[in-house]
Design a binder for this molecule. Structure first.
Ligand SMILES: NC(=O)N[C@@H](CC(=O)O)C(=O)O
Ligand SMILES: [Zn+2]
Ligand SMILES: [Zn+2]
Length: 431
């Protein structure tokens, strides 16, 4: 079976070309390729071909919260969003802190077959922050875990974090930190600042994030380890990262920003709608502007969704009782188009870097985020850069519907996703 993509521009650059995909690989790229008899032909005039997206930060909720998302529904959302690989966070129930759970997630991902699902292993047993999980056993399992995180919780104890970093070097793994000093965020509900004061919410200060990022960059350097910072949300964190990368090198320190922290601000909180509740909280417009600039510059390496589905009863309630988190997989490309491409901060080559190449590198995936040349694996995403769509939570593939972009009109539509040459999503439909 082959697929012939006709008339797309690679990275949105140069003249339109035809791309023939056969046996899971890019077989030929040329000005005009004749379709083989068995080929599925995709008319792609005006569209941009990119390497398939890689999400370093997804919550698929299986096992344990299948009323919010399953590996199957989350994989569908990923494929429709243009993703060919996702990293499934460990804060499931039971926690992915052992080989049995990570192998289950990995196997269910394979069976579903819509996106490569890589389980993230917990750093500590039960995400409790007290005792290191069996990182080595998870690394050696069939799931081949190479990213560890207690995401949802900070590895707050500096000695535990130090040991995790040290162990991870022997496993050639990366530790991804949810940077939140818990003593500074007790009871916190919103970004500490003008809006939180006005609404009467306990504040989540920027320094709760920045102090952990600074600490962990120093610990990572000392251990010679790879550290990844999850969901960077403040201008100050960008400053710390710039300093740390200069000192330690960007091969060791990496960071992601979420689409929602690029686009949304705490101005939205005045409606008291918990759809806007997320951890770390939406920050100020000045923070969002600095995050966009840091992403364009490479101080922040990549965009990760922090796709966090929650069932209606956990979101449709009073603010303080609501769970933090928002959907992200199917809206990421559009939010990046809106905030980074339409503003001139990134071209499509830059989008390939932040949504595909850098995340694949950080996680050590050999067959994603590869150049668009003959012989490479056909993990590909086709984007219509000029099309727009209106987000409707109920129409997204996730079981949960907690999108903060409800009713928003956004630019950039994923029209085709190929995983190893197989069509996983096409024109908004699976397969
Ligand atoms: N981001 C969130 O607000 N929530 C995440 C946890 C996390 O990423 O910290 C979740 O699991 O729901
Ligand atoms: Zn987190
Ligand atoms: Zn998360």
């Amino acid at each position: 079976m082959s697929v012939l993509i006709k008339g797309a521009r690679l990275y949105g650059e140069g003249d339109p070309v035809d791309v023939l995909v056969t046996d899971g690989l890019i077989a030929e790229i040329g000005a005009s390729i004749e379709a083989p008899d068995d080929a599925e032909v995709i008319e792609a005039a005006g569209q941009v071909l990119l390497p398939g997206f890689v999400d370093l930060h997804t919550h698929l909720r299986e096992p344990g919260r299948e009323d919010a998302e399953t590996i199957e529904s989350g994989s569908a959302a990923a494929a429709l969003g243009g993703y060919t690989a996702v990293f499934a966070m460990a804060n499931t129930d039971p926690v992915a802190d052992n080989a049995v759970v990570v192998e289950h997630v990995w196997r269910r991902g394979r069976e579903t077959g819509l996106v490569d699902v890589h389980p993230v292993g917990a750093v500590t047993v039960g995400l409790k922050g007290e005792k290191l999980a069996e990182l080595g056993t998870m690394a050696k399992s069939a799931a081949g875990v190479r990213m560890f995180s207690d995401d949802g919780h900070c590895v707050a104890d500096p000695l535990i974090m130090r040991r995790a970093l040290e162990y991870s070097t022997a496993l050639n793994a990366v530790v991804a930190q949810h940077a939140e000093e818990p003593r500074l965020t007790v009871g916190a509900q919103a970004h500490e600042g003008r809006i939180a004061s006005r609404l009467g919410y306990a504040g989540w200060p920027a320094s709760a994030e920045e102090s952990i990022v600074a600490r962990d960059c120093l610990l990572a350097q000392h251990a010679g380890a790879k550290l990844h910072i999850c969901h960077v949300s403040t201008a100050g964190t960008a400053d710390v990262l710039r300093w740390a990368k200069n000192r330690h090198g960007s091969g060791f320190i990496s960071a992601e920003v979420t689409p929602h922290h690029l686009l949304l601000t705490d101005e939205r909180l005045s409606t008291y709608d918990p759809v806007n509740k997320v951890n770390p909280p939406l920050r100020t417009g000045a923070d969002a502007a600095r995050l966009r600039a840091a992403l364009a510059e490479g101080v922040i390496d990549c965009v990760a969704t922090d796709h966090a589905p929650h069932p209606v009863q956990d979101k449709d309630c009073e603010w303080a009782a609501a769970k933090p988190g928002m959907l992200g997989l199917q809206t990421a490309l559009s939010v990046v188009t809106e905030t980074m491409v339409r503003t001139g901060l990134l071209d499509w080559r830059g989008v390939a870097r932040v949504l595909s190449e850098r995340p694949a590198e950080i996680a050590g995936l050999p067959d994603h985020g590869r150049p668009l040349v003959t012989g490479e694996p056909a993990n590909l995403t086709l984007v219509d850069p000029d099309a727009e769509w209106t987000v409707r939570g109920a129409e997204l593939a996730s079981i949960a519907a907690n999108t903060p972009y409800e009713g928003m009109r956004l630019p950039g539509v994923v029209t085709l996703t190929l995983l190893r040459g197989r069509i996983t999503a096409r024109e908004g439909k699976i397969g």
